[in-house]
Structures are given as structure tokens and as C-alpha cells.
Design a protein around this ligand. Sequence first.
Ligand SMILES: [Zn+2]
Length: 93
Amino acid sequence: MKTKEQLKREINALRQNICWVHGDAILKGIAEPSYGIPSGYDSEAQKQFPFHGLFVDLGCLAVPSDQTKGQVINVCPTCKKEALIFLEAAENE
Ligand SMILES: [Zn+2]
């Protein structure tokens, strides 16, 4: 569960169109459906890197990659970079 303070911070950041984790400007991007997500790590990545843009999170459901093709999403460059490192490390465990 998110605290009220967290939510307030996130909403403020969204109003300014910045990532609340890194303070980077959020860009519009296209989901890259080719990337495979190690199961169990997607929600963790989502939590730590909310604007990674690597796959689309529809609530509690991880959508099969071929269904997210061409979907416009919000991307923070730092989230994306760090999420890739995170997922790669997860795969090598
Ligand atoms: Zn970010």
C-alpha cells in the first residue's frame, strides 16, 4: 500500500510530467513487445521503475507482449535504463 505522502508526491510529479523516482521528464514512447519479462520480477520492476516503458501493466494483469505492440506509453529514460539492468540481473540469478 502507498502512503498518502507517496501518493501526493506521485500526483504532483505527474502534474509536472516528471518521474517521481528520478525527476526526469516523462517522454511518450512505444512499448517494446519483444522484451521477455522474467516472471515474478515484473511487478517489482514496476514498483521501482514506474516509467520503464518495457511492457504495459494493466492493473494486476501482465499482458502478453504481442498484445501491447505499438501501445503508447509514458517513459522515463532513467527508469528504462535501470529496469533493464534490474531485469538482466534477475535473469542471471
Ligand atoms: Zn524514472
